[in-house]
Design a protein around this ligand. Sequence first.
Ligand SMILES: NC(=O)c1ccc[n+]([C@@H]2O[C@H](COP(=O)([O-])OP(=O)(O)OC[C@H]3O[C@@H](n4cnc5c(N)ncnc54)[C@H](O)[C@@H]3O)[C@@H](O)[C@H]2O)c1
Length: 411
Amino acid sequence: MNALAATNRNFRHASRILGLDSKLEKSLLIPFREIKVECTIPKDDGTLVSYVGFRVQHDNSRGPMKGGIRYHPEVDPDEVNALAQLMTWKTAVADIPYGGAKGGIGCSPRDLSKSELERLTRVFTQKIHDLIGIHTDVPAPDMGTNSQTMAWILDEYSKFHGHSPAVVTGKPIDLGGSLGREAATGRGVVFATEALLAEHGQSIAGLKFVIQGFGNVGSWAAKLIHERGGKVVAVSDITGAIKNPNGIDISALLTHKENTGSLKDFHGGDAMDANELLVHDCDVLIPCALGGVLNKDNAADVRAKYIIEAANHPTDPEADEILSKKGIIILPDIYANAGGVTVSYFEWVQNIQGFMWDEEKVNTQLQRYMTRAFTNIKAMCQSHDCNLRMGAFTLGVNRVARATLLRGWEA
Ligand SMILES: NC(=O)c1ccc[n+]([C@@H]2O[C@H](COP(=O)([O-])OP(=O)(O)OC[C@H]3O[C@@H](n4cnc5c(N)ncnc54)[C@H](O)[C@@H]3O)[C@@H](O)[C@H]2O)c1
């Protein structure tokens, strides 16, 4: 099942639980605006090339739309649509005053030079500048884009609208980025995990963790879990997988990865089959890489007691059912990885205030937002007798539905 079908299914299930009016349900699924633009640039060798750029703005009933821009050869409008919709529910779950959006350009960023990427980003910004904005739609980095991409968008946008740091988040600190933003998604994952474990009378210290993906989210989550006394017994990335039943020394692994660019040949653990990682013995499994990695082929063999969905959409609906029947507790993506967009919100607030927070304030507020959202999700689980995924979906969808009704939508 593709990401859009799975997202729509979860939305419809939540809508039924909430007893939403069928017309309102239909209207909440339809995106506010879908933008498609051709971005033509000269390559460094003088030839002309054109890429298709998308921005799907899903819903703005609770505030400006918010979501990443990804550069990837397989950027597909259906997936961008699903991710824009997920952002609407995610910002509502975190209770930050935003709607949802997502965008992308169908290109292979690794095959483009820095100057080609800059030209492409500037042309894309020229084409959409009057449809994004501080109080309209605030992009952020996603796969294949980074703080430099945001700096180019900020600069290009500011040529049309004057200096506007709050038009993007995930910027370099020197241009108004927030302290703590880089670690925010991984840190939020850890706060979410702590909230879930506390509910079950447990804590990170002494538990065994398996982490798939050792990029931004996975490496920060691993580092913070290690610092809290959790045993990270297996880690993987695109270069391979390693295990150590006594717990991997994460600081040493980070140094190894920095020096070699790979997890291979790390002396503090043994190499393992990357496919075995997801079914490795542990208490907590944290997928931090791709979507759809837990599916009907491997779900029955998963041995974790808890799954924390740090990646977007790592569990497909068939796996969801199998895992739930096994009694495995899943903390859903629209809550578990909301730390990134929450600190993006803090960045936007700081830009609008013109006042920079220290890192301690960012982290303290992030913990407050993540803990509060967990309490709110649990309350929905109790009142609707549903699992955590439906608790999160009903929480998010209900907030957006209420805002839509209050604004009046039928006139
Ligand atoms: N960065 C954020 O703020 C953020 C926020 C919300 C959600 N997410 C989601 O979290 C996930 C990870 O994002 P990120 O920012 O850390 O990306 P990233 O590019 O920094 O890291 C991705 C990691 O996954 C690994 N990987 C890729 N293919 C793999 C495979 N087949 N097996 C094992 N590992 C593999 C890569 O080697 C890398 O270590 C994505 O699903 C993303 O959508 C990220």
